[in-house]
Design a protein. Structure first.
Length: 42
């Protein structure tokens, strides 16, 4: 089993074109990792 404290050192780039899904997943990730950057595909 992975030590979840390791996740607090991770930076994530999350790319999603659907604004609703991007918001939900980014919110989920922000609770678990150190930094989340969001990008949109046009």
């Amino acid at each position: 089993m992975m030590d979840e404290s390791v996740l607090k050192t991770v930076t994530v780039l999350y790319v999603e074109d659907d604004e609703y899904i991007r918001t939900l997943i980014a919110r989920f990730l922000r609770r678990r990792v150190a930094q989340v950057y969001e990008a949109v595909i046009w």
